[in-house]
Design a binder for this molecule. Structure first.
Ligand SMILES: Nc1ncnc2c1ncn2[C@@H]1O[C@H](COP(=O)(O)OP(=O)(O)OP(=O)(O)O)[C@@H](O)[C@H]1O
Ligand SMILES: [Mg+2]
Length: 371
């Protein structure tokens, strides 16, 4: 009887050892304690990270952090596993020699009898090759999009060029006439310049520089102040109250400024003389219940028809004689890269409210690394 039990136990142990060996061959494995300290790393983890077991054990996973993911990414990870739930995702890490690698990661919390995690087991699979292929595909897509944009740019620039050509061909001998015709040429050249400036903003490979930004401050001091002079000139009353809400966001200051400048410029252009421009901040939640800050820019201008509203996301859509129709395209592109949104409410003859929503940024305390 005892022999049978021992035999069975022996078989089970050797079975488990087989499974263990197979997992060890296939998967990058790490065990982390409650505080985020590595307590076990298998050979595959050492191979991919180029650190020895001695170098890894006792360290925080920040040792392989590549700085690619925003702090919010790791906060979400810690929140999930801290609540005893499994986290899955793709992480870009950095090996000892600086090489970057991607791992498809599943982190399973081990729970004590009270349901509280006492350690975390992370299973990772190297997906660097797949990520490279995806990146190449993305570049191809971008090239295709660049081709389409170039075609529409060429189309847009042809119109003012044709106008210039016709004007020059019919240049009059009369001095007064000629002055008028040359001013038309000048206006068309200014328009080409404006189209090209916006186009460069859209296509420029400027690296985004993300920092913690106080959004009400940025709106108040770095955008409203700039449009104030123009508003005064048009006799428009500015009513700005954004500091009632504290709103830190994670973003690129230059790009976010551009969003608010474009929206305020549109608001001022919708009102000829007189009127009111109201800017308000509010704390809200987005569709996935993340805490957000909304900034609403409301004008009492001409408003938009349903047709205009449905065309707002189209590049080059403009109803203005001197507009390029790229202002809102730039706004959408920037907000997309900030996980934000832009919505419009408008009534012809009454005015328009443009609302920018951005996720609030909570700085992370001690959870900046992965597990
Ligand atoms: N606040 C607003 N009130 C009324 N119409 C608006 C408002 N904002 C945008 N629009 C409409 O949306 C169109 C597109 O706006 P967008 O900012 O993209 O280009 P634009 O203002 O025409 O040109 P640009 O910004 O390049 O000078 C405008 O031409 C206008 O018809
Ligand atoms: Mg505009």
């Amino acid at each position: 009887m005892m022999d049978d039990v021992l035999l069975k136990l022996g078989q089970n142990v050797s079975h488990l050892m087989e499974v263990n060996r197979a997992i060890d061959e296939a998967i990058i494995l790490a065990i982390t304690n409650q505080q985020g300290m590595i307590t076990f790393a298998n050979k595959k983890f050492c191979d991919i990270s180029q650190y020895s077991q001695q170098e890894l054990i006792g360290q925080n996973h920040r040792i392989v952090n590549s700085g690619f993911h925003p702090p919010e990414f790791f906060k979400d990870l810690w929140r999930t596993i801290g609540q005893g739930r499994i986290w899955k995702g793709e992480i870009r890490n950095r090996a000892k020699n600086g090489d970057l690698y991607w791992v498809d990661t599943t982190i399973v919390p081990c729970l004590d009898e009270k349901g509280k995690p006492y350690q975390y087991i992370a299973f990772r699979v190297d997906i660097t090759a797949r990520k490279h292929v995806e990146e190449q595909m993305r570049r191809l897509d971008q090239l295709q999009i660049a081709g389409q944009i170039s075609a529409s740019i060429a189309h847009e620039i042809r119109n003012p060029l044709a106008a210039i050509q016709w004007t020059l061909l019919s240049l009059s001998n009369d001095a007064a006439d000629r002055e008028h015709q040359l001013s038309l040429v000048q206006a068309e050249l200014t328009r080409i310049d404006a189209i090209l400036t916006e186009f460069l903003t859209l296509s420029k490979k400027r690296e985004s520089v993300f920092f913690e930004i106080d959004l009400p401050d940025l709106v108040c001091c770095k955008t409203v102040d700039i449009v104030a002079a123009q508003a005064r000139q048009q006799g428009i009353t500015l009513d700005v109250e954004v500091h009632s809400v504290s709103g830190k966001v994670w973003g690129d200051e230059h790009q976010l400024r551009q969003v608010f400048l474009n929206l305020m410029k549109n608001a001022l252009e919708s009102m000829e003389v007189g009127g009111r421009l109201t800017v308000r901040a509010e704390q809200t939640h987005d569709s996935s219940n993340r805490p957000c800050i909304s900034i609403a820019i409301a004008d009492s201008g001409c408003g938009m028809t349903a047709w205009q509203l449905s065309n707002l996301e189209r590049a080059f859509f403009t109803t203005k004689p001197d507009g390029t129709g790229l202002g809102l395209t730039v706004c959408h592109q920037i907000l997309h890269s900030h996980q934000g949104a832009l919505n419009f409410r408008s009534q012809v003859g009454e005015g328009t409210t443009a609302t920018v929503t951005l996720p609030l940024y909570e700085s992370s305390e001690g959870t900046g690394g992965n597990v």
